[in-house]
Design a protein around this ligand. Structure first.
Ligand SMILES: [Zn+2]
Length: 105
């Protein structure tokens, strides 16, 4: 069983969490300026990398908060989990890494 570390609750079983998809997807600033194909790309298409991947997870059976995870899609090893920041940080649409996390890279 995969253990996922919630930034607020600590390590918990995978069954307590819900996967929220790829992290770091920016909403277009002017959606009306996009073509239908560009809008569909934003809405439906996501990367499916082999290796490191930034993801959103929700601790659905715990604190119910959203957070980010860096996970290797081959080994399932989780490199780190981190709190999200920004307006409405409880939702995946506001998936931004805290400034302190960015500085470490
Ligand atoms: Zn939690």
């Amino acid at each position: 069983m995969l253990l996922i570390e919630c930034p607020w609750c600590g390590p918990r079983a995978e069954t307590e969490f819900s996967y929220g998809g790829e992290a770091g997807i920016e909403r277009p600033t002017d959606p009306y300026a996009l073509s239908d194909e560009e809008w569909a790309d934003y809405l439906f298409f996501r990367r499916n990398p082999r290796g490191a991947h930034r993801e959103l997870w929700n601790h659905a059976q715990g604190c119910r908060r959203w957070f980010g995870v860096e996970r290797d899609t081959v080994s399932y090893r989780i490199e780190k989990s981190y709190r999200l920041s920004g307006a409405g940080s409880g939702r995946p649409a506001a998936a931004h890494i805290e400034a302190s996390e960015e500085k470490r890279r």
